[in-house]
Design a protein around this ligand. Structure first.
Ligand code: TNX
Length: 535
């Protein structure tokens, strides 16, 4: 008992003093590259990982992974085994080591990796972890499996980039010894993908999700419906997918997910501790639905399918009872295949509707979502309704209004378009994407903070941040990757790392190492001149 209390005391002492200690011992130097004018900020002994951890201390030796290493787990439960298998699948191809999984947890020795749940460590929260890399072992502890999974991403990033290779490499699988204590600033660190303007296969979506996991993203918001396409099979309204999903922007090929496909994506994400938030956009952005069923239109006439890029030109018929029968059916089926708490109801750009009418609609839909046991998230326009205290409002265009929403007690996710819309061009030479919110350089995507949009006193109402990718001009997985990498890492760091760790030069230096990792992983990315990419 006494021992336990002492342990707890020491732990809190470390956590509380860590940032101070870190500031003092971590002062870096600024080097100037001879090749060009870029300054590289090298913080010699700091962990070169993204997002930056809360506490990180170099302890002076080197750990080497050897062919006989094993991954030990404690307890030997299914979730922990799955995490060990995941780690094994990431390390085995490049090292060529078998990295067998064992559960007879011995003393920490002989180059092994240890994954352990410490049930007394509730201070770490569900995503936090403690990582001790010493000469002899890698010892990762967390309060919850989710924390172990996040810590595993840190281990991956601490190894040389070649660790990501899908074939055997002869590298020194070394890590500088260190202690890391880490946990997130916000509980919602999201990426949104629009699969309505262009459709992406299950495999493409999974590849994207897999890379997001490496940066501790934990929400994947999938924008399933819009004017140009309906991408999820709803059995009680089959035409939505079969007809409404048959095409895409510019007349490009359409497609839709069967409910089995959708569940496959959900499970794939779940194995990576990423929650899927499906979006059915309404009452505007519904041309594909209106074209699929004439009864959904106030005049009873179905419009043509739409392949353009205008927004806000149509709406469901809010006075018609069938509209709510329809939405009840859609939300019922979607809620049944969505294990997460949230359904996104869109709500953006309903330009044909007066605000009171729009607000009344949102209130009704909120009740339907609650009826099926889920909570609501919607774009910033839904703040005009009397939203429930559990509802999240996602700010995008008019972040200035976020302050008032937070004051009124609403929960917020921040996606300021001029900072973190991933479909914005990097600069005038970018050949895909848009620029209505301006150009978004890597530095622009990094140089903002959620507290720029609310008062300190209402920070508690910020649930997190999310980086959306709209796909009017994005047609392939390679296009997605080009727009997303590296900017999604800015969102990942803003969402996870403490504000005190924020430093562009330091981030840019850590980011410069990710390019070689992406080259090895076969991930396309924008080789921004703002970053001095290291080969
Ligand atoms: C605005 S952001 C939209 C989308 C477009 C996007 C293009 C939001 C809630 N609505 O419908 O695709 O701009 O950047």
């Amino acid at each position: 008992m006494l021992y336990k209390n002492i342990k707890k005391y020491i732990y809190f002492l470390i956590v509380l003093t860590a940032p101070v200690l870190f500031e003092q011992c971590g002062a870096g130097k600024i080097l100037t590259s001879s090749k060009n004018e870029h300054e590289i900020f090298i913080n010699d002994n700091e962990a070169k990982i993204i997002p930056a951890p809360v506490y990180d201390k170099y302890t002076g030796t080197i750990f080497s992974l050897t062919p006989s290493a094993k991954i030990y787990i404690d307890p030997s439960s299914l979730p922990i085994k799955k995490i060990a298998l995941y780690l094994q699948s990431k390390l085995r191809p490049s090292t060529g080591y078998t990295l067998d999984i064992a559960d007879n947890f011995p003393n920490l020795l002989y180059g092994n990796i240890y994954l352990s749940i410490i049930s007394s460590d509730s201070a770490l929260g569900s995503e936090g972890y403690k990582l001790t890399v010493s000469k002899d072992s890698i010892y990762l502890r967390a309060f919850k499996p989710e924390g172990l999974f996040r810590g595993v991403q840190t281990i991956r990033q601490l190894f040389p980039s070649a660790i990501e290779s899908s074939s055997k490499r002869y590298d020194n699988w070394n890590i500088e010894s260190r202690i890391i204590i880490d946990y997130p600033r916000y509980r919602w660190r999201g990426a949104m993908l629009d699969v309505a303007r262009h459709f992406f296969s299950v495999k493409d979506v999974e590849k994207y999700i897999d890379i997001l996991a490496l940066y501790k993203i934990n929400v994947f918001h999938i924008h399933l419906t819009d004017d140009q396409g309906w991408r999820i099979m709803i059995h009680s309204w089959k035409n939505l997918a079969e007809y409404g999903g048959s095409t895409a922007t510019g007349g490009d090929p359409g497609g839709y997910y069967t409910q089995k496909d959708f569940s496959e994506i959900v499970d794939y994400a779940k194995d990576r501790y990423i929650n899927i938030v499906p979006e059915i956009d309404m009452p505007a952005h519904t041309n594909a639905a209106l074209a699929s069923y004439a009864v959904l239109n106030c005049d009873g006439k179905a419009p043509h399918l739409y392949g353009g890029t205008n927004v806000g030109f149509c709406s469901l018929c809010l006075d018609s009872p069938i509209t709510y029968t329809f939405l009840d059916g859609v939300i019922k089926e979607l809620a049944a295949i969505t294990p997460g708490n949230y359904i996104h109801i869109g709500g953006d750009e309903a330009r044909t509707l007066a605000i009171p009418k729009y607000a009344g609609f949102i209130d009704k839909v909120e009740k339907i979502v609650h009826k099926y046991g889920k909570k609501v998230i919607g774009w910033e326009e839904i703040r005009n309704a009397k939203v429930d205290s559990g509802t999240i409002v996602q700010f995008w265009a008019n972040s200035n209004l976020a302050k008032a929403a937070a004051k009124a007690g609403m929960k917020l996710v921040l996606s300021p378009a001029s900072k973190i819309y991933l479909d914005m061009k990097y600069d005038s030479t970018t050949t895909i994407g848009q620029n209505w919110a301006g150009y978004v350089t890597v530095k622009t995507a990094y140089d903002w903070d959620p507290l720029d949009f609310v008062d300190d006193s209402t920070e508690k109402n910020i649930v997190g941040v999310e980086a959306p990718l709209w796909t009017e001009t994005i047609k392939t997985l390679s296009d997605i990757e080009y727009m997303v990498f590296p900017r999604i890492l800015c969102a990942a760091e803003i969402g996870w790392s403490q504000k005190s760790r924020k430093n562009w030069n330091d981030f840019a230096a850590r980011l410069s190492l990710q390019g070689s990792r992406w080259n090895i992983m076969g991930v396309n990315y924008y080789k921004s001149k703002e970053i001095n990419w290291i080969k």
